[in-house]
Design a protein. Structure first.
Length: 214
């Protein structure tokens, strides 16, 4: 398995219906390419929770449509290695090869996410945290890593969060805060969430759910 804690460089490009990923592990470049057509065939078991096109209906499960293939590959690898713990996902990835994971990442990245809407009562606080953070308590602005519209950064393996279910984001932030989830690179999310109040977590999750492309 790829040891992502050792990654120094990762880039993604699309070419001839494949998604090409380069990672650097222990100073050795590993090139990978995912085939979205093969990924679609492999995604059938994923549909029960994540939807046929990666747009889950149940807000406890994340939308995968449009997500960076590099991020999907990392999460699947982490589930298989045990760096990210979830009994259901551990079982799902047990028989996946690294190529299968690349193909799944390529497929879901090729799909379009269906965007959601924010709770209007929480937009003001959510927007403040997302765009400016909370200087008084040390919460950094989410947009510093995820961008003003939540598109993330594939080279740094920062996920697209735009339009993601608020309930799922809230759960993950709370897991980072408690230390239950710890597969974030350099503990960035654990550190960020540790400074956040529950009200800030809920509000920013609602704001992210309603983020638009423009």
């Amino acid at each position: 398995m790829v040891a992502f804690y050792a990654i120094a460089k990762l880039t993604t490009t699309k070419k001839q219906n494949t998604v090409e990923i380069e990672v650097k592990e222990n100073n050795e470049i590993i090139s990978m390419a995912g085939d979205p057509t093969k990924g679609k065939s492999l995604s059938q078991p994923c549909a029960a929770c994540h939807g046929n096109d990666g747009n889950s209906i149940n807000p406890i499960w994340p939308k995968l449509a449009g997500q960076h293939s590099s991020y999907i590959f990392k999460q699947l690898s982490n589930f298989k290695s045990g760096d990210r713990v979830n009994a259901q996902m551990t079982a799902m990835v047990a028989n996946l090869s690294e190529q299968d994971m690349k193909d799944l990442g390529a497929y879901f990245e090729s799909e379009n996410i269906k965007l959601g809407f924010s709770n209007p009562d929480l937009i003001d606080l959510g927007q403040k945290i997302y765009r400016a953070g909370n200087k008084d308590t040390g919460v950094p602005a989410c947009m510093a890593c995820h961008g003003p519209t939540g598109k993330g950064n594939p080279s740094a393996i920062y996920p697209i969060i735009q339009g993601q279910h608020a309930e799922y984001i809230t759960t993950q932030l709370k897991m980072f805060k408690s230390g239950e989830r710890k597969n974030d690179l350099n503990a960035v999310m654990r550190t960020t969430a540790s400074y956040m109040t529950e009200a800030e977590i809920i509000a920013v999750s609602e704001y992210i759910q309603g983020l638009r492309r423009n």
